[in-house]
Design a protein around this ligand. Structure first.
Ligand code: TYD
Length: 202
C-alpha cells in the first residue's frame, strides 16, 4: 500500500503550522494513519539549517543547507509512504524555491534562480499529491507574528512580498498547488484545508 504526501506552504505568519496541527489531529480522530512532519526537521540537520540562517551566509549556502536536510527527510518520508501513511509536511521543497530564489535575486545571482532551484529540486524531491498554499498578504502575516520573541531575517515586508510572488508563480505552474485564502478566521482556514484534503484522499 502506498501513502499520500500532502505539503503545507506559505509565507511566515500565514498560519500553516497551527492549521497543519489542527488538521492532523482531526484526521487522526477520523481514523487516518497520519504522520505530521516539518522542515527544517528536528534532526541535527534541521538544527544546522536553523543555525545557518541565524548567521550571515550566502543565500546559496542556505539553499544547500535546506536541501541537505530535505535529502535525508525525503528518505524518511518515502519509508512512511511505503508503510501507507498519510504524511502531512509543514514546508517542503517549494519553500526553498520561493524563499531562496528571493534571497538569490537580492544577491544578484545570474539567470533565474527560481527556475534553477526548481530544476535541482526536481532531481531528488518527492512529488506531493497535494500542496496547500496558505495565501495571505505579507502585511497581515507580519502583524500576526510581530509578538513572537524571535523573528528570522526572512520576516520582513519587502522580502515576504517577493516570496509570496514566487509562491503564486509556482501555483500557476503546478496543478498540485491549491491556494487557500488564509486571511479568514482560523476555523475557516482549517475547514477549507480539510475539505481540500478529503477531496484528494477519498
Ligand atoms: P519554519 O521553521 O517553518 O518557520 P515558521 O515556523 O516560523 O514558519 O522555517 C524557518 C524559516 O526558514 C522560515 O522563515 C522559512 C524559511 N525556509 C526557507 O527559507 N527555505 C526552506 O526551504 C524552508 C523549509 C524554510
Amino acid at each position: 500500500m502506498t501513502g499520500v504526501l500532502i505539503t503545507f506552504e506559505g509565507i511566515d505568519g500565514c498560519g500553516k503550522t497551527s492549521v497543519a496541527q489542527e488538521v492532523s489531529s482531526m484526521l487522526e480522530e477520523a481514523g487516518r494513519d497520519v504522520i505530521l512532519t516539518q522542515e527544517p526537521t528536528k534532526t541535527w540537520l534541521g538544527e544546522s539549517v536553523k543555525r545557518g540562517i541565524s548567521e550571515e551566509h550566502p543565500a546559496l549556502t542556505e539553499a544547500f543547507l535546506f536541501m541537505a536536510d530535505r535529502a535525508s527527510h525525503s528518505k524518511s518520508i518515502s519509508e512512511w509512504l511505503s508503510d501507507g501513511k498519510l504524511v502531512l509536511c509543514d514546508r517542503y521543497a517549494d519553500s526553498t524555491i520561493c524563499y531562496q530564489a528571493a534571497s538569490l535575486v537580492i544577491e544578484g545571482f545570474e539567470g533565474d534562480p527560481f527556475e534553477w532551484l526548481r530544476r535541482i529540486s526536481d532531481a531528488f524531491v518527492l512529488k506531493p499529491t497535494l500542496t496547500l498554499l496558505l495565501d495571505v498578504e505579507p502585511r497581515v502575516a507580519l502583524e500576526r507574528i510581530q509578538s513572537r520573541e524571535r523573528m528570522t531575517k526572512f520576516e520582513r515586508l519587502d522580502f515576504l512580498e517577493k516570496v509570496r510572488e514566487n509562491f503564486l508563480r509556482l501555483a500557476d505552474i503546478e496543478d498540485r498547488i491549491k491556494a487557500i485564502d488564509a486571511s479568514g478566521t482560523f476555523d475557516d482556514v482549517v475547514s477549507a484545508t480539510e475539505d481540500r484534503i478529503l477531496e484528494t484522499i477519498d
